[in-house]
Design a protein around this ligand. Sequence first.
Ligand SMILES: [Zn+2]
Length: 118
Amino acid sequence: METIFSKLVVIRDPKLRKVRDNLRKLFLIFTENEYNRLTSLCNIYLSKINLTNSQMKRFKAVREERYMLYRALTHSICLCAVCSSSIKDMDYVPSGKCWICVDCLDSIKENKKKKEII
Ligand SMILES: [Zn+2]
Protein backbone atom coordinates (compact mmCIF):
# COMPACT_ATOMS: atom_id res chain seq x y z
CA MET A 1 0.00 0.00 0.00
CA GLU A 2 1.43 3.33 -1.05
CA THR A 3 1.33 6.15 1.46
CA ILE A 4 1.13 9.79 0.44
CA PHE A 5 3.07 10.90 3.52
CA SER A 6 6.71 10.41 4.32
CA LYS A 7 9.62 11.97 6.18
CA LEU A 8 7.76 12.36 9.47
CA VAL A 9 10.01 14.39 11.77
CA VAL A 10 9.18 13.90 15.46
CA ILE A 11 11.29 15.31 18.26
CA ARG A 12 10.43 13.88 21.65
CA ASP A 13 13.09 15.52 23.83
CA PRO A 14 11.59 18.76 25.25
CA LYS A 15 14.96 20.55 25.15
CA LEU A 16 15.47 19.69 21.51
CA ARG A 17 11.90 20.75 20.76
CA LYS A 18 12.65 24.12 22.30
CA VAL A 19 15.81 24.47 20.20
CA ARG A 20 13.86 23.52 17.06
CA ASP A 21 11.04 25.95 17.85
CA ASN A 22 13.48 28.79 18.54
CA LEU A 23 15.36 28.14 15.29
CA ARG A 24 12.06 28.20 13.42
CA LYS A 25 11.12 31.49 15.12
CA LEU A 26 14.46 33.01 14.11
CA PHE A 27 13.95 31.88 10.53
CA LEU A 28 10.41 33.28 10.52
CA ILE A 29 11.54 36.63 11.94
CA PHE A 30 14.34 36.90 9.39
CA THR A 31 12.00 35.94 6.55
CA GLU A 32 9.32 38.41 7.64
CA ASN A 33 11.86 41.25 7.89
CA GLU A 34 13.31 40.47 4.48
CA TYR A 35 9.84 40.09 2.93
CA ASN A 36 8.81 43.48 4.36
CA ARG A 37 12.03 45.08 3.05
CA LEU A 38 11.39 43.71 -0.43
CA THR A 39 7.74 44.84 -0.29
CA SER A 40 8.87 48.36 0.60
CA LEU A 41 11.24 48.34 -2.36
CA CYS A 42 8.43 47.16 -4.65
CA ASN A 43 6.19 49.93 -3.34
CA ILE A 44 8.84 52.55 -4.11
CA TYR A 45 8.97 51.38 -7.73
CA LEU A 46 5.16 51.19 -7.92
CA SER A 47 4.81 54.78 -6.62
CA LYS A 48 6.70 56.11 -9.65
CA ILE A 49 4.63 57.04 -12.68
CA ASN A 50 7.18 56.12 -15.31
CA LEU A 51 9.94 53.59 -14.78
CA THR A 52 13.03 53.45 -16.94
CA ASN A 53 13.91 50.12 -18.49
CA SER A 54 16.56 49.48 -15.86
CA GLN A 55 14.15 50.42 -13.04
CA MET A 56 11.52 48.08 -14.48
CA LYS A 57 14.11 45.31 -14.72
CA ARG A 58 15.15 45.90 -11.10
CA PHE A 59 11.48 46.03 -9.96
CA LYS A 60 10.77 42.68 -11.60
CA ALA A 61 13.89 41.18 -10.00
CA VAL A 62 12.87 42.42 -6.53
CA ARG A 63 9.30 41.17 -7.01
CA GLU A 64 10.62 37.76 -8.12
CA GLU A 65 12.98 37.62 -5.14
CA ARG A 66 10.06 38.39 -2.80
CA TYR A 67 7.95 35.66 -4.40
CA MET A 68 10.77 33.11 -4.12
CA LEU A 69 11.24 34.01 -0.45
CA TYR A 70 7.51 33.55 0.22
CA ARG A 71 7.48 30.27 -1.69
CA ALA A 72 10.50 28.97 0.23
CA LEU A 73 8.81 29.85 3.52
CA THR A 74 5.48 28.23 2.67
CA HIS A 75 7.22 25.07 1.47
CA SER A 76 9.63 24.85 4.42
CA ILE A 77 9.43 22.68 7.50
CA CYS A 78 9.07 25.86 9.57
CA LEU A 79 5.35 26.28 8.78
CA CYS A 80 2.46 23.85 8.46
CA ALA A 81 0.94 24.33 5.00
CA VAL A 82 -2.56 23.93 6.46
CA CYS A 83 -2.62 25.77 9.83
CA SER A 84 0.68 27.74 9.68
CA SER A 85 1.83 26.33 13.02
CA SER A 86 5.55 26.56 13.62
CA ILE A 87 5.77 24.62 16.88
CA LYS A 88 4.64 21.13 15.91
CA ASP A 89 6.25 18.02 14.47
CA MET A 90 5.90 17.96 10.69
CA ASP A 91 5.43 15.41 7.93
CA TYR A 92 6.46 16.02 4.32
CA VAL A 93 3.80 15.67 1.65
CA PRO A 94 5.57 14.89 -1.64
CA SER A 95 2.48 15.51 -3.78
CA GLY A 96 2.18 19.06 -2.42
CA LYS A 97 5.91 19.55 -1.92
CA CYS A 98 5.11 20.98 1.51
CA TRP A 99 5.12 20.12 5.22
CA ILE A 100 2.02 19.47 7.31
CA CYS A 101 1.90 19.27 11.12
CA VAL A 102 0.96 16.01 12.81
CA ASP A 103 -2.40 17.41 13.99
CA CYS A 104 -3.47 18.45 10.50
CA LEU A 105 -2.13 15.16 9.18
CA ASP A 106 -4.33 13.24 11.65
CA SER A 107 -7.32 15.33 10.63
CA ILE A 108 -6.66 14.67 6.94
CA LYS A 109 -6.32 10.93 7.58
CA GLU A 110 -9.59 10.90 9.59
CA ASN A 111 -11.43 12.68 6.78
CA LYS A 112 -9.99 10.27 4.26
CA LYS A 113 -11.20 7.29 6.34
CA LYS A 114 -14.69 8.83 6.61
CA LYS A 115 -14.83 9.27 2.84
CA GLU A 116 -13.76 5.65 2.32
CA ILE A 117 -16.55 4.46 4.65
CA ILE A 118 -19.19 6.50 2.80
ZN1 LIG B 1 -1.19 22.15 10.85
